[in-house]
Write a protein that binds this ligand. Structure first.
Ligand SMILES: [Fe+2]
Ligand SMILES: [Fe+2]
Length: 209
């Protein structure tokens, strides 16, 4: 059994790693074994910008799952959510690695994205597990949609980036199913719209800064 203080220290360590881009993946990157395409400078830049947005999304996912872990009351949900959180850590590492390969850099505002998402996650947690899960499920759904949009925008010859985005999208769909199967409430339409609006601001800013 670990105490609450130990847990807070562990979570703080996780937060620092997420923000600093120091995360080790447990699964090999889906880009491993995929040959690098012949990308011109403009294509690399576009791919790097899209991956920066995805990386920000994964930083936020770390914070959301962390908020979940700190506030979840039901023990039953914990194991599946921890598994999802570990997969999110893989996403974070894979996207950071791909950004580096493309010669880009992660968002300078990562600490801000992290803090904002953690506050949201903790807030949702205070409403109880059903709402916390509802918030997670809707986030996963929007991220999945978003990654689908990126697959349409990424250059066909950028096979390595596509492999990463494709695998992440498949994971997010499963994460959403997990949250739903654990009893997520139905999020009211205004809340879904507000989340969409916030995601829009975040992705627009992150594609530049
Ligand atoms: Fe993810
Ligand atoms: Fe996810």
């Amino acid at each position: 059994m670990i105490s609450m203080t130990d847990r807070l220290i562990l979570e703080f360590d996780r937060a620092l790693r997420a923000v600093a881009g120091q995360q080790a993946a447990q699964r090999p990157s889906p880009a491993a074994g995929v040959a690098e395409g012949a990308l011109d400078a403009a294509t690399r830049e576009q791919s790097a910008a899209l991956m920066r947005v995805n990386h920000v999304g994964e930083v936020c996912a770390q914070a959301l799952y962390q908020g979940q872990a700190l506030t979840a009351r039901g023990e039953g949900a914990r194991a599946s959510l921890e598994q999802a959180a570990r997969e999110e850590a893989d996403h974070l590492a894979w996207s950071a690695e791909r950004i580096r390969e493309l010669g880009g850099r992660p968002s300078l505002l990562n600490p801000l994205w992290y803090a904002g998402s953690l506050a949201l996650g903790l807030g949702a947690g205070l409403l109880g597990d059903r709402w916390n899960l509802a918030f997670l499920a809707e986030t996963e759904r929007q991220v999945e949609e978003h990654l689908g949009g990126h697959l349409r925008r990424l250059a066909p010859e950028d096979a390595r980036t596509r492999a990463v985005v494709d695998a992440m999208r498949a994971d997010e769909a499963r994460h959403r199913d997990t949250a739903l199967s654990l009893g997520a409430a139905d999020l009211p339409a205004p809340a879904r719209l507000a989340m969409r609006a916030m995601a829009k601001v975040m992705t627009t800013v992150a594609s530049r800064v």
